[in-house]
Design a protein around this ligand. Structure first.
Ligand code: GDD
Length: 329
C-alpha cells in the first residue's frame, strides 16, 4: 500500500487530497500540531482512516520523527499560514511557518530519505500570490515573482528553496503554483466563502448585510477538488518539475458577488454590500490569471469545474449548511 504524508491535513486542500488519495488506495497520514487541536475531532469524523501524526512545521525534530515513523512514498507540504490578510499582522510567524517551514520539511526529507530506490517524493504548495504585482499576463512558470504580502514573500522562499534542493541534492521535489481554488470546504475568512455563506444567511434572514474590502480585485478561481488531482499527477512523473495550475479565466470580486446573490435569489447585491477599510490590505494583488498549458500538455490535467458551476456548488452548500444550523438552534 502506498503511503502519503500530508501537512495541513485539516485545511481545505488537505481534506480534498486525503479524500482523493484514499480513492487511489493510499494509506494517508496527516500531521497535526498542538496539544488540543479543535480540528482533530472534525477530521476523525470525516476521515476515520486517516492516521494523525503529531508534528509542527516550526520544529525540525518533530518532522524527522514523523517521517521516520511514516516512511512515506509521497510528502505533500500543504501546511501554512495561508490567509494573506493575517500575514500582514503576523509577518514573523508567517515567515517561520510558510517560508522556513518548507526548508525544515526538505531537510527532514533529506535526512530520512526513504528507501534507496524509492526516495520520498516531495510536493510544495506554491502560490499565485508570488506573482503579486504581475509582470506579465497571463502568468506562467517563467513569469518573474513580485510578491505583495509577507505571505507572498514567504511562499517565494518556499518555492525557491524547493527548486534549490532539487538542483543541489537531486531530490524529487515539485512545486505546484496554484491559483486561487475554492469550494464548500473553503474557510469563512476567504472572500468567496464569505460571500456565499453570507448570501445564504441573508436569504435565510440571519444576516442583513455583507461587509467587504476591495471588490475590484480579480482572481483566477478554480475548484479545489480539481486542483488536488494536479498535485498527485505532478508526483507521478518520471522527473520532478514545477507547474502552474489555473483555469485561464479571471473574474472580479464584484462578478462573484453578482452571481452568488443572483443564485441565492436575492437579486442585485449592491443593496446588501457595505465597504470597510479594515478589509483593505496595505498592498493589494489586483489581477491574477494563470496559463495552465504546461500542466495540460505534460500532466494531462484539465479543470473540470467552471466559474458558474463553482459559485453554484458553494451557494447550494451554504444554503443547506445554514438551514441545518438554524434547525439545531
Ligand atoms: N478575505 C477577504 N475578505 N478578501 C476580500 C474581502 C474580504 O472581506 N473584500 C475584498 N477582498 C479581496 C482581497 O483584497 C483579495 O484581493 C481578494 O478579495 C481575494 O482574497 P482572499 O479570498 O482572501 O484570497 P487571496 O487571493 O488573498 O489568497 C488566496 O489565494 C492565494 C492564491 O493566489 C489564499 O488561498 C492564499 O493562501 C493562496 O495562496
Amino acid at each position: 500500500m502506498r503511503k502519503a504524508f500530508i501537512t495541513g491535513i485539516t485545511g481545505q486542500d488537505g481534506r480534498h487530497l486525503a479524500e482523493f488519495l484514499q480513492t487511489k488506495g493510499y494509506k494517508v497520514y496527516g500531521m497535526m500540531k498542538g496539544q488540543y487541536n479543535p480540528r482533530a475531532e472534525l477530521l476523525r469524523d470525516e476521515f476515520p482512516e486517516v492516521e494523525v501524526v503529531p508534528g509542527d512545521l516550526t520544529d525540525l525534530t518533530s518532522l524527522v520523527t514523523a517521517l521516520e515513523y511514516v516512511q512515506p512514498d509521497e510528502f505533500y507540504n500543504l501546511g501554512a499560514i495561508s490567509f494573506v490578510a493575517m500575514s500582514f499582522n503576523q509577518a514573523e510567524l508567517t515567515a517561520n511557518v510558510t517560508g522556513l517551514g518548507v526548508l525544515r520539511a526538505l531537510e527532514a526529507v533529506r535526512m530520512v530519505g526513504g528507501a534507496q530506490n524509492n526516495p520520498i517524493r516531495f510536493y510544495q504548495a506554491s502560490s499565485s500570490e508570488m506573482f503579486g504585482k504581475v509582470r506579465e499576463t497571463p502568468q506562467t512558470e517563467l513569469t518573474p515573482f513580485h510578491p505583495r504580502s509577507p505571505y507572498g514573500v514567504a511562499k517565494v522562499f518556499g518555492h525557491d528553496i524547493t527548486v534549490n534542493y532539487r538542483e543541489s541534492y537531486g531530490m524529487y521535489a515539485c512545486s505546484g503554483i496554484l491559483f486561487n481554488h475554492e469550494g464548500p470546504r473553503r474557510g469563512l475568512e476567504f472572500v468567496t466563502r464569505k460571500i456565499t455563506n453570507t448570501a445564504a444567511r441573508i436569504k435565510l434572514g440571519i444576516d442583513k448585510e455583507i461587509v467587504l474590502g476591495n471588490t475590484d480585485a480579480k482572481r483566477d478561481w478554480g475548484y479545489a477538488g480539481d486542483y488536488v488531482k494536479a498535485m498527485w499527477m505532478m508526483l507521478q512523473q518520471d522527473d520532478p518539475d514545477d507547474y502552474v495550475i489555473a483555469t485561464g479565466e479571471t473574474h472580479s470580486v464584484d462578478e462573484f458577488l453578482t452571481l452568488a446573490f443572483e443564485k441565492v435569489g436575492l437579486g442585485d447585491f449592491h443593496q446588501y454590500v457595505k465597504h470597510d477599510p479594515k478589509y483593505l490590505r496595505p498592498a493589494e494583488v489586483d489581477l491574477l490569471i494563470g496559463d495552465p498549458s504546461k500542466a495540460e500538455k505534460k500532466l494531462g490535467w484539465k479543470r473540470e469545474v467552471g466559474f458558474d458551476q463553482l459559485v453554484d456548488m458553494m451557494v447550494k452548500h451554504d444554503i443547506a449548511y445554514e438551514t441545518h444550523r438554524l434547525k439545531k438552534i
